[in-house]
Design a protein around this ligand. Structure first.
Ligand code: SF4
Ligand code: SF4
Length: 433
């Protein structure tokens, strides 16, 4: 490892580790044959676009605000066929995710059970708002590798203004119940809480951590399980042209006014710039986030003494956002390693551009996945992205930023020099890229 890549191997990555792809030697062999002919390891599957929240920064918010005519929910027979094809083609992990909120999908448990029956590893991203006993137990009995609850505020007021739902305590209670139930039904499931750091919540990170530590302590007392919550994950927000919910003007005006009163005009301007001018989170916000993680959250966890929660954060993303660095790689090489499946069956090779039909490489409900993977569309899309989008329209730091750094380094060094040696890098959830 050189110094550029050493930091990517730090313990603070773990489930977000960009080294996961090295755990798939069969895919690496394909990569060396042709870097765009890798059989995807992971499918991000959005069964529905419906959601019970309206977060202002939602990655796919504009598609949902304006996409009234597209197919919002996948039929369960189509979804099962889709899972069959994923298994037949050697995909290893399926993340049930948004799109919308997967727990809104009425057949979620049936779909997860079907995936497991096919030998697929599964995981769930949820906002934690919908969590009946039957739903939760059904999900846990499918033994997902992880559940990540996306909960992005430290206070009830901002949760309401950001999501449009007055559900702060309810979601905290649900996280506690998930932790308790998983202790008996699926102890191997990693339960984590994700926090997308943005200009609204950057001052609430410690409040958030304290709430989660409180849940951990209480569940530990009740169940005797030492580590009922695996991690808290702090990822920086991104702003795509298709991101954001902006229709609820009154709520967003109250949110902006709140920020102005609490933290000053600069924060208010930043929110409005994000919402209405497509601006990214500011350098100051990202700097504050990284400093807060390293100088407040990590020490707070150490002080707790009993906590086993890990603080996970992609440090390189923060430092590159702070440096306002150009993308440090000439090619997007991560796309072939995963798929994103929209509820209408469209297949995408990028998580961020998913939902925009101009980026679809095929449709799993109308074509066989094997034909799409073997056909020309993937390479053509890779050319389109590398030539027209990578350095102009993709955000500077996307979800697979660090993976692209490593893959480009590997590609530049060549097969002979690449040793694929993981050393002491800690990687979790290797089937979920
Ligand atoms: S970010 Fe998640 S919870 Fe929020 S509106 Fe989007 S899909 Fe729903
Ligand atoms: S660089 Fe662009 S195309 Fe590649 S993964 Fe990131 S957002 Fe997607």
């Amino acid at each position: 490892m050189n110094t550029q890549t050493t930091r990517l191997a730090n313990d603070n990555y773990q489930p977000l580790s960009p080294y996961k792809f090295l755990h798939h030697p069969d895919r690496l062999a394909q990569f060396w044959e042709h870097c765009y002919d890798v059989t995807p390891v992971t499918a991000h599957l959005a069964p529905t676009l419906y959601c019970n929240q309206r977060c202002y920064f939602c990655t796919y918010g504009q598609y949902k605000e304006h996409g009234k005519n597209s197919m919002w929910q996948m039929d369960i027979r189509d979804l099962k066929d889709c899972l069959d094809q994923l298994a037949e083609n050697g995909i290893k992990g399926v993340i049930f995710t948004g799109g919308g909120e997967p727990t809104i999908y009425p057949h979620l448990v049936e779909a997860m059970a079907h995936a497991r029956s096919l030998g697929l590893d599964i995981a769930l991203n949820t906002n934690g708002y919908r969590c009946s006993d039957a739903l939760l137990d059904g999900i846990l009995l499918c033994q997902p590798r992880y559940i990540r609850v996306s909960f992005n505020n430290g206070r009830a007021l901002t949760q309401r203004l950001v999501t449009g739902r007055d559900n702060f305590q309810q979601v905290l209670d649900h996280i506690a119940r998930m932790a308790e139930r998983k202790a008996s039904l699926s102890p191997a499931t990693d339960l984590s809480v994700g926090y997308v750091v943005n200009t609204v919540n950057v001052h609430e990170m410690l409040d958030f951590l304290r709430h989660i530590l409180g849940i951990e302590a209480s569940v530990r007392r009740k169940t005797g399980v030492a580590n009922p919550i695996y991690s808290v994950q702090f990822r920086p927000v991104s702003n795509f042209e298709h991101s954001k919910y902006v229709a609820d003007e009154e709520r967003l005006a109250r949110l902006a006014a709140y920020l102005g009163e609490q933290y000053g005009q600069a924060y208010r301007d930043e929110l409005e710039g994000f919402l209405f001018q497509g601006q990214q989170a500011s350098v100051a916000t990202m700097q504050l986030a990284l400093e807060t993680i390293q100088t407040q959250l990590v020490p707070a966890l150490a002080q707790d003494g009993a906590s086993k929660i890990k603080i996970v954060y992609p440090e390189r993303k923060y430092t590159d956002l702070i440096a306002r660095a150009e993308k440090p790689y000439p090619l997007c090489l991560s796309c072939p390693w995963y798929l994103f499946i929209w509820p209408d069956g469209n297949l995408y090779s990028c998580v961020e551009w998913a939902g925009n039909p101009q980026f679809a490489i095929g449709n799993i409900l109308r074509e066989r996945l094997a034909d799409v993977l073997a056909g020309p569309a993937r390479r053509e899309m890779a050319d389109k992205i590398n030539q027209g989008y990578l350095h102009h329209k993709c955000v500077a730091v996307c979800a697979h930023h660090e993976m692209n750094i490593l893959l480009n380094r590997l590609y530049a060094d060549g097969r002979e020099k690449a040793d694929g040696n993981l050393g002491d890098v800690t990687v979790r959830h290797e089937n979920f890229l």
